[in-house]
Design a protein around this ligand. Structure first.
Ligand code: IMP
Ligand code: MG
Length: 327
């Protein structure tokens, strides 16, 4: 029994989808498990030259691996079925590959409607918060109670703890900076985005092999707190990096990487391998900067900045990656 984990170390949109997609191609997993979040997430995946944006469905489906939405998630039947149709239209064989844990809670139409005018923290308006609230208030609805979801239901005790060996890739949504407990409350999402969230989905702590942290060479955040320094360079960064939301189209606020924050989040989540994406964006911008110990440091070139990051995060194996290339 083995499990690897992919999770975000900033505020979501670190290109976790790219990393999961890459790992599912080579690592021979039996299952891919989404362990938190709902259709607030937007994972952009390029498969066989085609662009797909998934919200609910784990990335394993692209390589025919059993893809499960776990009970740490909330699922909107409406968006779930829409996504299946989009995958099918894109030529992906989803038959018998997609599952929802019986005890996963459902995002109801009322939850979405309730959030339609939300503006306090700038949510994605996908009913995520209200669905989790009702779950914890014990007034929620589980997937097992929805007739249309019956063909997709799975019992995760039988699936993971039976006689057959499992090799699970646990796919996180959002990032640890948005974690309900460790993020900047109330500017957070409603789920557990870190390693702890994995174990709430029936995965045993003993099975964990690698925790892949995913970050970008700079930071972005979508929501209503003020995050971006008032400098023109960040508008350029947004444009070069195409930092507009995959789910809502909103412009993402940008800033330089905060290396202390990255280190904290890597430590909190026992990260063993770290992928830092979108190095090519800073290359195009021609500026190499990050915050460390409350100072803004500037480097002469890419090699210097990469070396500095790897030196500080010396317990972790760090991989640098361009947006356009694979890792
Ligand atoms: P909610 O998850 O829709 O309740 O939104 C709460 C906060 O998390 C807001 O700041 C959202 O913009 C942010 N958020 C939620 N999901 C994502 C995501 O997948 N990527 C980036 N930000 C997200
Ligand atoms: Mg996203």
């Amino acid at each position: 029994m083995l499990a690897d984990v992919v999770l975000g170390l900033q505020y979501g949109d670190e290109a976790k989808g790219k990393v999961t997609h890459y790992l599912t191609k080579f690592k021979h997993y039996t299952h891919v498990l989404r362990f938190n979040g709902g259709c607030n997430a937007g994972h952009t995946i390029y498969h066989n030259g085609k662009k797909f944006v998934t919200h609910h469905i784990p990335a394993g489906v692209f390589y025919g691996i059993k893809s499960i939405i776990g009970p740490g998630c909330v699922v909107s039947p409406k968006h779930f079925f829409k996504e299946i149709e989009q995958l099918k239209a894109g030529g992906i064989d989803v038959e018998g590959k997609i599952f929802i844990a019986e005890n996963t809670h459902v995002i109801m139409e009322e939850h979405m409607a309730e959030e339609a005018s939300e503006s306090k923290i700038g949510t994605t308006k996908r009913g995520n918060g209200p669905a989790y609230r009702d779950k914890y208030n014990r007034t929620g609805v589980r997937a097992s109670e929805i007739p249309s979801l019956k063909p997709y239901l799975i019992n995760l005790y039988e699936e993971f703890h039976g006689d057959t060996c499992v090799n699970i890739l646990c796919e996180g949504a959002q990032g640890f900076g948005l974690d309900i407990d460790w993020g900047d409350y109330p500017f957070v999402t409603s789920s557990h985005c870190g390693l702890g969230g994995v174990f709430l989905n029936g995965v045993s702590p003993h099975w964990i092999r690698d925790v892949w942290g995913v970050a970008k060479m700079y930071e972005t955040y979508v929501g209503s707190k003020s995050f971006e320094p008032d400098q023109a360079v960040f508008q350029s960064l947004r444009d070069v990096g195409e930092e507009y939301g995959a789910t809502t189209g909103r412009p993402r606020q940008c800033n330089w990487m905060n290396l202390d924050f990255l280190q904290r989040n890597a430590r909190f989540n026992s990260v063993s391998k770290l992928v830092i994406n979108k190095v090519d964006v800073l290359r195009e911008l021609g500026q190499w900067k990050l915050y460390h110990k409350n100072e803004l440091l500037e480097f002469e070139n890419e090699a210097q900045m990469c070396e500095y990051i790897s030196g500080v995060l010396n317990k972790v194996e760090v991989f640098f990656s361009d947006d356009k290339n694979s890792i």
